[in-house]
Design a protein around this ligand. Structure first.
Ligand SMILES: C[S@@+](CC[C@H](N)C(=O)[O-])C[C@H]1O[C@@H](n2cnc3c(N)ncnc32)[C@H](O)[C@@H]1O
Length: 270
């Protein structure tokens, strides 16, 4: 199947729908068993190859399970081939939308969302207990501008968001995959940057943070690789979205040491 968005900037071949195993348990946020489908990109750029991260599981407490069963059908969905109708999902029209990839337990997500109440936030994560924690925070604190998608962020962007539909993409502390043989699993790659650029509206912003020195060097090499993204560095006071993550990491709290310098990166879509 070829996704035919009118102003698509790169051609994306997507596996046939029949390759996309639908789970009967999607209402409970369970991913299908087996290897998930991976888009065959035809850009010639580099994309992360999924490792065991895809199969991350974990158990929820009884309380989390009950919250999940009650609220996931409204607030969450699984990766699939149906593009997200943002206005319908958030129940309002014309608001900016930011996708956060790899939201983890959602500490930053839940802390930032109330400060950007006019913005729709979509948290994408593979790890169900992390999503359950964010879901709990969202419900407890009456946060109504956060929705969640369980799945691989690259596939979610490719399959579920139309070109030039996003005002921002955030990737905070992506898995560093420190061993050289695992570097190909790193999410920041030329192809991911290109995919993100296609999904951003003009002037949309990509914000990446890492505390891993070797990953920072890796990103430094890639800051200018995508022609549609203008590297803005850090800080960028005129950034049109919230760039303060609101969270003091354990390293920041203790004072920075040379192994845990936080590096932040901002790009704007041309
Ligand atoms: C090191 S944690 C950081 C979590 C959070 N952003 C934070 O700052 O605390 C990286 C997270 O990204 C998630 N992750 C890794 N690869 C992903 C992918 N391809 N799509 C979505 N989430 C992913 C992992 O499950 C993990 O929760």
């Amino acid at each position: 199947m070829k996704l035919a968005f009118a102003h698509v900037m790169c051609t994306i071949d997507v596996m046939n729908n029949s390759d996309f195993p639908r789970t009967e348990r999607s209402g409970t946020g369970e991913l299908s068993h087996g290897r998930p489908p991976q888009t065959e990109f035809t850009t010639g750029l580099d994309y992360p190859r999924l490792g065991s991260v895809t199969f991350r599981r974990g158990t929820l407490t009884d309380n989390q399970e009950a919250l999940f069963d009650e609220h996931w059908p409204r607030l969450g969905r699984l990766l699939d081939d149906a593009p997200v109708n943002i206005d319908e999902w958030f129940g309002r029209t014309g608001h900016p939308t930011i996708v956060e990839i790899g939201s983890g337990t959602g500490t930053s997500t839940a802390a930032m969302a109330p400060l950007e109440a006019e913005t729709n936030i979509v948290a994408v994560e593979l790890y169900k207990p992390g999503l359950a924690k964010l879901l709990g925070a969202v419900v407890r604190n009456d946060i109504d501008n956060v929705r969640m998608i369980r799945g691989d962020g690259v596939e979610v962007l490719a399959r579920m968001f139309e070109p030039e539909s996003l005002d921002g993409v955030r990737i905070f502390f992506p898995d560093p995959w420190p061993k050289a043989r695992h570097h190909k699993r790193r999410i920041i790659q030329s192809g991911t940057l290109n995919l993100i650029a296609t999904r951003l509206k003009p002037s949309g912003v990509l914000h990446v943070a890492t505390d891993h020195a070797d990953y920072a060097e890796w990103i430094d090499e890639l800051v200018d690789v995508e022609p549609m993204l203008e590297f803005k560095g850090w800080p960028w006071p005129e950034a049109p979205l919230l760039t303060d993550r609101q969270v003091i990491t354990k390293f920041e709290g203790k004072g920075l040491d040379k192994d845990h310098v936080i590096r932040e990166y901002l790009w704007a879509k041309n």
